[in-house]
Design a protein around this ligand. Structure first.
Ligand SMILES: [Zn+2]
Ligand SMILES: [Zn+2]
Ligand SMILES: [Zn+2]
Length: 195
């Protein structure tokens, strides 16, 4: 059995052949580690290497075939588990609370932004009349405004709250690098963000 992983959010560039893992083992460790950790997110690289980022900040991974890391549904009796990983994983809702108490931990970068990421950009489809556009990121209709100076005028969709039909996030860069090419919504890393 496996657990659902969070997206492996990063500010770094990620090439298109790198894959975000949606699921991973409940517990992971390398042979040299003194305790089991819990993966928060996982990434698979094209040469067959996997990296799990754990809730405490440790990275666990290596070649899948070479058995560079161990995965477990339940650690063998008596083997210690990282307390930071155990508490944060339960507090974020990845697994049941080990104490029975309600634990809360709010991971950053997981929730959609309150302000639409296409605000004040040209990521809109103009509607007849030219005063209102359909936001290509969230689907809402919003006014268009002239922005930029008199020598560099451009139209942009106004700043607005994120609508209900927000496009799927890039697993690595979320909605931070949203761009539009030929009517398609993409992350600047090249991954499709359309529903
Ligand atoms: Zn840990
Ligand atoms: Zn929008
Ligand atoms: Zn991206």
């Amino acid at each position: 059995m496996s657990v659902d992983l969070l997206p492996p959010t990063t500010y770094s560039a990620v090439s298109l052949d790198v894959e975000a893992l949606a699921e991973g083992p409940r517990f992971v460790r390398t042979r040299g580690m003194s305790r089991w950790h819990r993966p928060r997110s996982g990434t698979r690289f094209p040469e067959g290497r996997v990296l799990f980022s754990c809730w405490c900040g440790y990275g666990v991974g290596g070649s899948e075939r070479a058995g560079a890391y161990l995965g477990a549904e339940e650690p063998p009796a008596g083997e210690p588990v990282c307390g930071t990983c155990e508490g944060r994983a339960a507090g974020a809702g990845q697994d049941d609370s080990p104490t029975g108490r309600l634990l809360l931990f709010s991971p950053r970068n997981a929730a959609p932004p309150a302000t639409c990421p296409a605000s004040r950009s040209d990521a809109y489809e103009a509607l007849p009349g030219g005063r209102v556009g359909r936001c290509l990121a969230c689907g809402d209709m919003q006014p268009l405004r002239a922005m930029g100076g008199p020598y560099n005028p451009r139209y942009a969709i106004v700043q607005h709250p994120t609508g209900r039909a927000l496009v799927q996030p890039c697993p690595f860069h979320r909605w931070r690098q949203l761009t539009v090419r030929e009517g398609r919504v993409l992350c600047t890393c090249g991954r499709e963000m359309n529903q």
